[in-house]
Design a protein around this ligand. Sequence first.
Ligand SMILES: [Zn+2]
Length: 229
Amino acid sequence: MDSEPHASPAFFVLGSQRGSHHDAEFSTVEDRERADAKRCPECGGVIGMRTWLPPYRVELRLLGATPGDFLQSHGAGADLIVSQRLADAFRAAGLVGLKGFDPVEVVRVRGKRGTSKDADVAMPRYFAVTTTFGSALVDEARSHILRPGPFDCDYCRAVGTDGINGFTLEPGSWNGDDVFEPRGLPGVRVVSERFARFVTEHGLTHMTLTPTERYVWDPLGRFSPASGE
Ligand SMILES: [Zn+2]
């Protein structure tokens, strides 16, 4: 039996389910002041966007019928808010890796075409959260990631990427966090199998879970043959 390989834990990239019944995104209302971005504990290099500060006030853009449990900010999706339902269930389940849970005030809701929406939309309470960095290390040899250059720092490996065509985490490097940004891919939100089961069990909405091995981010079209899509 001990010659049988252990199944490696599966990981998924967390994203928003665009076009769904629960599709929504948000913009921050006050955004003049931001805290400094997170920095690598080893090299001190920047490993993310500048951090959102209170008051956590947002304008919601509702693209579906009702807003989902997991919403990302417009554009790069750097900021994150989650519903009270998700927040309560996350803590009750003893999951780890999301931090903050600061109350968010939704000051305005707009529809698809920028029109103001009436208050008849069932609006959950939302909480601002951030994800931990450094819980696991990308296995470069078993991943397909275009790098613009070599790493300066072997801890954060925050050299950037020009494209991703599936990636794998180094066996044994994971510390058990359920939501995190891995060393080597800061800004990419990865979740555990436990988190994936949690999403299904609670029927949480507006989340996609893509196995990391099948995750494609290809802004330069380097992994896809020249075609319409
Ligand atoms: Zn570093």
